[in-house]
Design a protein around this ligand. Structure first.
Ligand SMILES: C[S@@+](CC[C@H](N)C(=O)[O-])C[C@H]1O[C@@H](n2cnc3c(N)ncnc32)[C@H](O)[C@@H]1O
Length: 305
C-alpha cells in the first residue's frame, strides 16, 4: 500500500454527521480518508479535496475520476475560501485534515523527503512554492538556522549543527540530503543519529512548507466556512501542530476572554466551536503495531455552534 491511512474509522465517523453533506478533505494524499468519506455520503453529498503535492493530486484525480461528487485542486488547503467560491459552496458540513507528509512522499526518493537516500535536499511538497531546504541552508545566517532547528525540530544541538553548516557551505554549497546527514553524523553519538536527523529534517520541512502558519490560517478559514453543526477534524503528528489545533479549538470554544474577576463581560468574544473530543483520540495498540507511522497521531474534533 502506498500510504496506510491513520485513525481512519475514528476520524471519518466523527466527521460525517450528514449523509447529504458537503465535506472538505484538505490533505487528499492517496485518497484513504476521501474513500471512506465518499462511502458514508449519499449521491447528493459532495467532497472537495486539495493537495499541494502533484503526485497525490494526480493519483486522487485518477482514483475518483468516475465520481461526480468529488473534485480536487492541486493547491494548499489555505485556499479553501477561494475554492468554495469556485464550487458555489456557502458552508461545509465537515472539514478534515491529516497533516504532514504521506508514506509515499517519505519513501519515494524523487520526492526528496528522506534522509535515508542521497537525493536533492528540497523538502517542498510543491516544488514551485518558495525556496528549497538547500537554498535556505546556503543563504540563511547561522542564528536563523539554529533558531529554525530548535523551534521547529526541538533539536538541542541546533547551535553546533548550524555552526558546522555555515562552515561547510564555505567549501561546497548544500545540494544533497547526504551532505547534511554527514554533518549531523559527525556531531552526534551514533545511537542518537536517527532521532537527530528526523528532528532536523522535520524542522526544515516545516520551514520550507510554511506548515505552522498555513495550519493556523486553515483553521481560521475553516471555522468561518463551517455551517452550524458542521465538524472540523484534524489529525496531527507532532507536538507543534497539536498545540496549535488544541489552542485554536479551545479559544474558539470560549464565550468570554475577560480577565478572571471582571464583574460583567466586556470582551465581546463569541463562542464559535464546541469541543467534541476533550482529549485527543490516539491509535490503538493494534493500529500502531500494524502501522508504526501512526504512533504519534492525535485526532481532535470540534463542532460549529
Ligand atoms: C498524511 S498525508 C494524507 C494522507 C491521506 N489522508 C490518505 O489517507 O491517503 C498528508 C498530505 O497532505 C498534503 N499536504 C500537507 N500540507 C498541505 C497543505 N498545506 N495544503 C494541501 N495539502 C497539504 C501532503 O502533500 C500529503 O499528501
Amino acid at each position: 500500500m502506498i500510504h496506510q491511512p491513520v485513525l481512519l474509522k475514528e476520524s471519518v465517523d466523527f466527521l460525517t454527521t450528514k449523509i447529504d453533506g458537503i465535506y472538505f478533505d484538505g490533505t487528499a494524499g492517496f485518497g484513504g480518508h476521501s474513500t471512506e468519506i465518499l462511502k458514508k455520503i449519499s449521491s447528493k453529498g459532495r467532497l472537495i479535496a486539495t493537495d499541494k503535492d502533484q503526485s497525490a493530486f494526480e493519483n486522487c484525480k485518477r482514483l475518483f475520476s468516475g465520481d461526480a461528487r468529488y473534485s480536487i485542486f492541486n493547491t494548499s488547503f489555505t485556499n479553501i475560501d477561494t475554492i468554495s467560491k469556485i464550487e458555489f459552496i456557502e458552508n461545509f458540513d465537515g472539514i478534515f485534515a491529516d497533516l504532514g507528509v504521506s508514506s509515499f512522499q517519505l519513501d519515494n526518493i524523487e520526492a526528496g523527503f528522506t534522509f535515508r537516500e542521497d537525493t536533492s535536499l528540497d523538502l517542498r511538497m510543491n516544488k514551485q512554492d518558495g525556496i528549497s531546504a538547500s537554498e535556505f541552508l546556503n543563504s540563511a545566517d547561522q542564528d536563523k538556522i539554529a533558531k529554525v532547528l530548535f523551534e521547529y525540530g526541538e533539536e538541542k544541538n541546533s547551535r553546533n549543527i548550524a555552526r558546522k553548516i555555515v562552515e561547510a557551505r564555505k567549501n561546497e554549497k548544500f545540494e544533497s540530503t547526504f551532505q547534511l546527514r554527514k554533518i549531523i553524523e559527525d556531531l552526534t553519538p551514533q545511537r542518537f543519529v536517527t532521532k537527530s536527523l528526523s528532528r532536523v529534517f522535520q524542522a526544515l520541512r516545516i520551514l520550507v512548507n510554511n506548515e505552522l502558519d498555513e495550519l493556523r490560517l486553515f483553521i481560521d478559514k475553516s471555522v468561518n466556512l463551517l455551517g452550524v453543526g458542521g465538524r472540523i477534524a484534524f489529525i496531527t503528528f507532532h507536538s507543534l501542530e497539536d498545540r496549535i489545533v488544541k489552542e485554536k479549538f479551545k479559544y474558539e470554544s470560549l464565550s468570554c476572554i475577560c480577565p478572571p474577576g471582571t464583574p460583567v463581560c466586556i470582551c465581546g468574544k463569541k463562542q464559535t466551536l464546541k469541543l467534541v473530543t476533550h482529549k485527543p483520540v490516539i491509535p490503538t495498540d493494534n493500529e500502531i503495531n500494524n502501522n508504526k507511522r501512526s504512533r504519534s497521531a492525535k485526532l481532535r474534533v470540534a463542532e460549529k455552534v
